[in-house]
Design a protein around this ligand. Structure first.
Ligand code: GNR
Ligand code: NI
Length: 168
C-alpha cells in the first residue's frame, strides 16, 4: 500500500468533476486500499478520490469510534429523506486548519456500489449523512468553503496560499 498526496485549496484540480467508475478490477481495489490508508494517516473521517487527484466517483469514510470500520462508496447518489437541516462544524483535509459550520439535510438515502460492483443502499443520518454529502460534493468539484461568505472563503484562500508559498 502507499500513501497518496492530498490536494489543498485553492488547487484548481479540486474543481474537476469526477467520472463514473466502470472497471471493478484489482487496480480499483489497490486505489481503495491506498485511499483508506491515506485517510487514516491524515486522521480524517472521509476521503474522496478527487482529493488525491483521481477523478473517478469513489469515496471512503470511517465514522466509527475505533477507526476500524472503513466504508467504501463507488458511484454514490443520494436522495433527501428529511429536509430538516443539521448544522455541523466541518473541516476538510484539503482545507487544513479551518473549521466552519455548514447546514445540510440531516437524513439521506444513499445508493452506491462496493468494490465488487455490487449495489447497496443505506439510510444515513448524523455525522455519516454530513460526511457522505461532503464527499459527494468533492466528486462534483465542490468544497465546504463554497457554502461560506465570499469574505470568509477569500480569507481562507489567502492564508493557505501564504502557507503554500512558505513551504514551496
Ligand atoms: O476529516 C474530516 N472531517 C469532517 C468533519 C466534519 C464534516 C466533514 C468532514 S470530512 C473530513 C475529511 C475530508 O476532507 N473529506 O473530504
Ligand atoms: Ni473534504
Amino acid at each position: 500500500m502507499s500513501l497518496l498526496t492530498i490536494l489543498e485549496f485553492p488547487d484548481p484540480r479540486l474543481r474537476t468533476k469526477a467520472q463514473p467508475v466502470t472497471e471493478f478490477d484489482s487496480a480499483l481495489s489497490s486505489l481503495i486500499d491506498d485511499m483508506i490508508e491515506t485517510m487514516y494517516q491524515a486522521q480524517g473521517i472521509g476521503l474522496a478520490a478527487t482529493q488525491v487527484n483521481v477523478h473517478q466517483r469513489l469515496l471512503v469514510i470511517d465514522v466509527s469510534e475505533n477507526h476500524d470500520t472503513p466504508q467504501v462508496f463507488i458511484n454514490p447518489t443520494f436522495t433527501i429523506v428529511d429536509e430538516e437541516l443539521n448544522d455541523y462544524d466541518e473541516g476538510c483535509l484539503s482545507v487544513p486548519g479551518f473549521y466552519e459550520t455548514v447546514s445540510r439535510p440531516r437524513k439521506i438515502h444513499v445508493t452506491a456500489q462496493d468494490r465488487n460492483g455490487e449495489t447497496f443502499e443505506l439510510e444515513a443520518e448524523g455525522i455519516l449523512a454530513t460526511c457522505i454529502q461532503h464527499e459527494i460534493d468533492h466528486l462534483d468539484g465542490k468544497l465546504f468553503v463554497d457554502y461560506l461568505s465570499n469574505l470568509k472563503r477569500q480569507r481562507i484562500r489567502s492564508k493557505l496560499e501564504k502557507e503554500h508559498r512558505k513551504s514551496a
